[in-house]
Design a protein around this ligand. Structure first.
Ligand code: DGL
Length: 250
């Protein structure tokens, strides 16, 4: 029989989602968390919709079978490519107290207000950028904000293999940032729309300089999760609260 009480599930293709998990633990330290990183099959960023959907569904089912009643896709690529199908089709008949949430909606509800010039840059994987999810959602929540995007296909492989500080790694990262900045001279805010990128936030901030704020979405998503949990009293009874942390990486 399905376990009705469990940790909050947190999923990413690799270890980038830890940048989100650490903020959950800061803002909501009492909950138990189960982190699943699909390292063996990362990166997801260059994969098709079908494959990202299949892998994400497997991960969500794994976490559900471990007793999680709430799963956060701490992966923009999965949020962009798989979340809607999961919510509307795959889990349409799941128990009503089982939920899967992503990171794009909470980020776009907030970031529009962070730019003084109403010009925001988005850096993400090809999958996230091509989905146009950030543009579409920002249009809903902050229609006055101009959005400029750039896909960085090499960043997750560089970060996962710890090569972002090599000469080649630095050149690739600098070039991608240069391309984004060339799209609009008034850009004052860049959102790191991939949960791996905050791992190199200092490197990115050094390249763009102090006049542009580089935003990691972990704190934003954690604050939104806190609001969500305070509104959904159901998780008071279905999410373990002992402050335990579990990891599963393949
Ligand atoms: N951390 C994932 C994201 O936020 C990386 C995706 C990948 O594996 O390429 O998109």
């Amino acid at each position: 029989m399905m376990n009705k009480v469990g940790p909050i599930g947190v999923f990413d293709s690799g270890y980038g989602g830890l940048t989100v998990l650490q903020e959950f633990m800061r803002v909501l330290p009492d909950y138990d968390y189960l982190y699943l990183g699909d390292n063996a099959r990362a990166p997801y960023g260059n994969r098709s919709f079908e494959v990202v959907h299949e892998f994400t569904l497997e991960a969500v089912n794994y976490l559900k079978n471990q007793g999680c009643r709430l799963v956060i896709l701490a992966c923009n690529t999965s949020s962009a490519k798989a979340l809607r199908t999961l919510q509307q089709i795959d889990l349409a008949h799941a128990d009503s107290d089982f939920r899967v949430l992503g990171v794009i909606r909470p980020s776009t509800e907030t970031i529009g207000s962070l730019s003084k010039t109403n010009s925001i840059g988005i850096l993400g994987t090809p999958g996230t950028i091509q989905s146009e999810s950030y543009k579409i959602e920002l249009e809903r929540f902050s229609s006055k904000t101009a959005v400029f995007q750039h896909a960085c296909p090499m960043w997750v492989p560089l970060i996962e293999s710890k090569q972002h500080q090599t000469d080649l790694g630095k050149k690739i990262i600098e070039k991608d940032i240069e391309v984004l900045l060339s799209k609009d001279g008034s850009m004052d805010t860049i959102l790191l729309a991939c949960t791996h990128y905050p791992l190199i936030l200092d490197q990115i901030q050094d390249i763009v300089g102090p006049s542009i704020q580089v935003i990691s979405q972990g704190p934003i998503v954690a604050d939104k999760l806190k609001d969500y949990l305070s509104e959904k009293s159901i998780y008071e009874n279905t999410a373990f609260k002992k402050g335990h942390l579990f990891f599963f990486n393949n």
